[in-house]
Write a protein that binds this ligand. Structure first.
Ligand code: BG6
Length: 471
């Protein structure tokens, strides 16, 4: 059985669903200069907002004006929690101001009040791919130590203002994505940096990651000082890796590649760099700016729980790794199918991930993202028969329950991604939908923004009502 207070809900991020850029005092964020793309056409990052380009995040799905209606729908599903983020550039439009922006703060007061009215616990990510654009442009984002202070001012403003309304926080969303520094989008959204423009992109990435880890730790400490009841977690993209076969080199490669995720979680949970990271820096000749004060900060700011996203597993192979360009050495896993966007569908991988995380850290785990991106069809009568999504989520919840009931893993909650259709992060599309609630909006920004319930809405309602017994 799951805990009685299991935090069922859904998850979104400000830049993907909020909109509310035009006509408000919100500043541009790094996501606001990203064009739309597709599975085979990467989003472009432009120098500012350019005439004639389409930027899907500017309007998102206009939660800014629909929040009451949307939260009422979440309440109808029986949500006990709702994970969202605070758009940093709504609170500090440029990021380096001294004083927060009242209009922005007031918006989240209204959102949190509305959630609490229905007994829905807000779970808030401080930074979910939406750093103020100005910080990226002027300072190189987190490649610059100065950005730590800007982030802390933002964190402090949020921790002070929403005390008594928010208890659960997360620092940086999927902080480990940027390990793939060769794909510009990850460094851009996580750090506000184009790592490839640096002489040594890998070095720039590790330095920036260090500043983010310090910022995260200092925020955890600060949050606990402001309110000792605060529960503050980290957030990693947990894509467990399988070796392609039992070739010893593949086992070792799997360990090595997993370090790309563990590095973040190890520091955030244990408060210091693991031995393999120190060795890696030494071998590469990276002399990072890591001060003794930084090390103290890391030790003093370990997280209360681990938040993570789980969408898929990957399989690695040493032969692929040795081929030039095989960045992640991923190969096809013959045992699992993939989505239309090429992500594996592997529910057992979730149980595997839960076990790996719990055995390593023994901290409560919160699955703050999981879901199936698919092209849905809305019928003329407004219905949407997304049986494939129900099948996907059902299988994952079953595996989560097995991890709790048989393996003894402590899982606090489950908030599937994109509970309301929103703009896809990687592609900027609307047609890659995850929601229980359909939003009438297309890839070119056309549509009425009307909301309607999919079949999964009613299914999830019964899942929550039965605390996961009735799948
Ligand atoms: C995670 C992010 O990477 O996956 C979300 O935290 C994102 O922001 C989600 O939307 C799904 O990815 P996508 O590209 O399908 O929207």
């Amino acid at each position: 059985m799951l805990r009685d207070d299991f935090m069922w809900g859904g998850a979104l991020a400000a830049h993907q669903f909020e909109g509310g850029l035009h006509g408000t005092s919100k500043g541009l964020s790094v996501a606001d200069v990203m064009t739309s793309g597709a599975a085979d056409r990467p989003r472009r990052i432009t120098e500012g907002v350019l005439e004639g380009e389409y930027y899907p995040n500017h309007e998102g799905v206009d939660f800014y004006h629909h929040y009451k209606e949307d939260i009422a729908l979440f309440a109808q599903m029986g949500f006990r929690s709702f994970r969202t983020s605070i758009a940093w550039s709504r609170i500090f439009p440029n990021g380096d101001e001294e004083v927060p922006n009242e209009e922005g703060l007031d918006f989240y007061d209204r959102v949190f009040d509305e959630l609490l009215k229905y007994g829905i616990e807000p779970v808030v990510t401080l930074s979910h791919f939406e750093m103020p654009y100005h910080l990226a442009k002027e300072y190189g984002g987190f490649t610059n130590r100065k950005t730590i202070d800007c982030f802390l001012r933002f964190a402090e403003a949020c921790f002070c203002r929403y005390r008594g309304k928010v208890t659960y926080w997360l620092t940086f969303n999927e902080i480990n994505n940027q390990m793939n520094y060769k794909a510009d989008i990850f460094g851009w959204v996580s750090a506000g940096a184009h790592y490839l423009r640096y002489e040594d992109p890998e070095l720039a990435m590790y330095q920036s990651v260090h500043y983010q880890l310090v910022a995260s730790a200092l925020a955890v400490k600060l949050g606990h000082e402001i309110d000792p009841n605060y529960k503050i977690g980290n957030m990693i993209a947990m894509t467990p890796l399988y070796p392609l076969n039992c070739k010893p080199d593949n086992q070792l490669l799997t360990i090595k590649r997993m370090h790309e995720k563990w590095l973040f979680c190890d520091v955030q949970c244990r408060g210091h760099y693991p031995a393999y990271a120190e060795k890696l820096f030494a071998h590469k000749g990276f002399h990072l700016d890591i001060t003794p004060e930084d090390r103290q900060a890391l030790a003093a700011g370990t997280v209360d729980y681990i938040g993570f996203s789980y969408y898929m597993s990957n399989t690695v192979d040493i032969d692929a790794a040795e081929q030039e360009g095989a960045m992640l050495s991923s190969v096809k896993n013959p045992y699992v199918p993939t989505t239309d966007w090429g992500w594996t569908i592997d529910a057992k991988g979730l149980r595997y991930a839960l076990n790996l995380l719990y055995e390593r850290y023994e901290k409560p785990l919160f699955i703050v993202e999981n879901g199936l991106g698919a092209e849905d069809v809305k019928e003329p009568d407004g219905s949407c028969h997304d049986f494939y999504r129900i099948e996907y989520l059902k299988a994952h919840i079953q595996q989560m329950k097995t991890a709790v009931e048989e393996d003894g893993v402590d899982v606090m909650g489950y908030t599937p991604w994109g509970c309301l259709d929103c703009v896809s992060f990687t592609t900027g599309e609307m047609k890659k939908r995850y929601g229980f609630i359909y939003v009438d909006r297309d890839d070119d920004g056309n549509g009425t923004m009307e909301r309607s319930r999919k079949d999964s809405f009613y299914w999830y309602q019964q899942v929550i009502a039965s605390n996961g017994e009735n799948l």
